[in-house]
Design a protein around this ligand. Structure first.
Ligand SMILES: CC(C)(COP(=O)(O)OP(=O)(O)OC[C@H]1O[C@@H](n2cnc3c(N)ncnc32)[C@H](O)[C@@H]1OP(=O)(O)O)[C@@H](O)C(=O)NCCC(=O)NCCS
Length: 153
């Protein structure tokens, strides 16, 4: 059910279109990657995993590698009618595994502290709060930067 989007996929354009539609619906403009989604995905250091339910994109996670040691979760979202069924957790776990196999040592992300479901999910999977960034999204919306460290062998 979780699919990794490859540029060579025959349904690449449809998946991007559906994902952008969801992104527009679920996030306010100042937090949305809708305008730059395709550009982001063209970058070699970024990837998208999505949940395909009966041929429809209902959830997605976007991530990028910042360096050989660190990665960032840039977006995670689940369609409203499909929430609380484990899709968000499954996607985040899959993205974490992708990073683990690349020998990344730290994954970081930003989240509005008011997004309780997301905060709970990140904490559940072991993310810790690093710092609070006032006005990160807009003048009246701040963020926590969170991180997950892998054990260094
Ligand atoms: C955050 C989000 C991705 C979670 O997706 P989901 O598929 O509904 O989550 P899951 O069913 O996998 O739940 C996993 C965990 O997340 C937390 N969680 C999910 N929904 C929650 C809710 N409504 N209230 C509190 N905690 C919640 C819980 O810790 C849950 O674990 P549990 O079931 O053992 O309690 C989804 O709510 C969403 O898309 N929100 C809007 C976009 C967003 O905020 N994205 C993050 C931006 S940084």
């Amino acid at each position: 059910m979780i699919v990794e989007l490859h540029r060579s996929a025959t349904n690449y354009a449809e998946v991007v279109e559906e994902t952008v539609k969801l992104e527009r619906k679920l996030f306010p403009k100042h937090e949305s990657l809708a305008k730059s989604f395709d550009e982001e995905l063209k970058k070699k250091n970024s990837g998208l995993l999505y949940v395909d339910l009966d041929g429809q994109v209902v959830a997605y996670v976007m991530y990028s590698w910042l360096s050989s040691l660190s990665a960032s979760i840039t977006k995670l979202a689940v369609k409203e009618s499909c929430r609380k069924r484990g899709h968000g957790e499954a996607l985040l776990n899959a993205a974490i595994e992708k990073c683990r196999t690349r020998n990344i040592k730290r994954i970081s992300l930003h989240v509005d502290p008011l997004r309780t479901p997301a905060m709970n999910l990140y904490k559940k999977l072991g993310f810790k709060i690093d710092t609070f960034i006032q006005g990160y999204y807009s003048s009246d919306r701040s963020a926590y930067r969170m991180y997950l460290d892998f054990d260094i062998e």
